[in-house]
Design a protein around this ligand. Structure first.
Ligand SMILES: [Zn+2]
Length: 267
């Protein structure tokens, strides 16, 4: 064999010795990323260790305003590989809503304790780090024939005052329209009347990936229940702080709020 061919063969063999890592999802602000590597690997995202499934899957997400590169460290058999990924910028809309009643923009003092208690409940559900593996499956849209009226990341200006960005994806739909689960999951929160979000459901899909559905008229599930993708979980409403009937869905990686559109096939 001539040396050129040997060199080519060596070149082809070398990559087999380094770690095979694959990513699904673009490294863009707000994106959900699904990774796959050698099952016995340890994976760190920005120095934080994440779970890896028995078949090598792991998940993480990129925050709305993330600018720094992401470091993915993978160790296996005493060998370490560090992958550095650049984060692509996403353009966000500015959404102005004027003429809102004052109490919709700034909640009255007497509800502060209630809001605090709601946030504790939601925060607890989002912090769960279970070994469920539903997150590696494909998500499906929760409503049929609905119009998207709000997108992730929009900067909101209510009555002229800049407020927190909108982290959800809004679907306008008639009150009472059935809502389907986007993915298999375990219910970790099911509340009828939270101050901002009204009828609210949170699902754990494993590894810190959770979804949240808000402003529901009816909540048809209970905490601890295992729900299949496509099961009816409730109906569209306008409960909580909402200007009209719509479904607002959220996607989280622990406390990092992600763009639900990054996992859905929208037309
Ligand atoms: Zn919304």
């Amino acid at each position: 064999m001539d040396s050129k061919i040997i060199k080519i063969i060596l070149f082809l063999l070398i990559p087999l010795n380094s770690y095979a890592v694959e990513f699904q999802g673009s490294f863009k602000q707000g994106s959900f990323i699904l990774g796959k590597t050698i099952p016995t690997s340890k994976v760190f995202i920005d120095k934080t260790k994440v779970r890896v499934t028995k078949d090598g899957y792991f998940a993480f997400g990129i925050g709305r305003d993330r600018k720094n590169n992401i470091l993915i460290k993978i160790t296996n058999d005493g060998k370490t590989e560090i992958i550095e990924k650049k984060v692509l910028k996403k353009e966000y809309k500015i959404q102005r809503i004027d003429g809102l009643p004052k109490k919709q923009v700034t909640p009255p003092k007497e509800v502060y304790d209630r809001i605090k208690a709601d946030n504790v409940l939601i925060g607890k559900a989002r912090s769960i780090n279970s070994d469920l593996t539903f997150f590696k499956e494909k998500f499906k849209v929760p409503l049929k024939n609905s119009i998207i009226t709000g997108v992730y990341g929009s900067q909101r200006i209510l009555n002229g005052k800049p407020r927190r960005p909108h982290y959800g994806l809004d679907f306008a739909s008639a009150e009472g329209t059935p809502i389907k689960a986007m993915l298999d999951g375990i219910v970790t929160l099911a509340e009828n009347d939270l101050y901002f979000t009204g009828g609210t459901i949170i699902f754990d899909h494993g590894h810190g990936i959770s979804t949240l559905y808000m402003h529901l008229k009816d909540v048809d599930v209970k905490v601890g229940q295992k729900i299949k993708q496509g099961d009816k979980i409730g109906t569209v409403g306008k409960t909580g702080r909402s200007t009209g009937p719509h479904l607002d869905i959220r996607l989280n990686w622990f406390d990092v709020k992600l763009d639900p559109a990054s996992v859905l096939k929208l037309n």
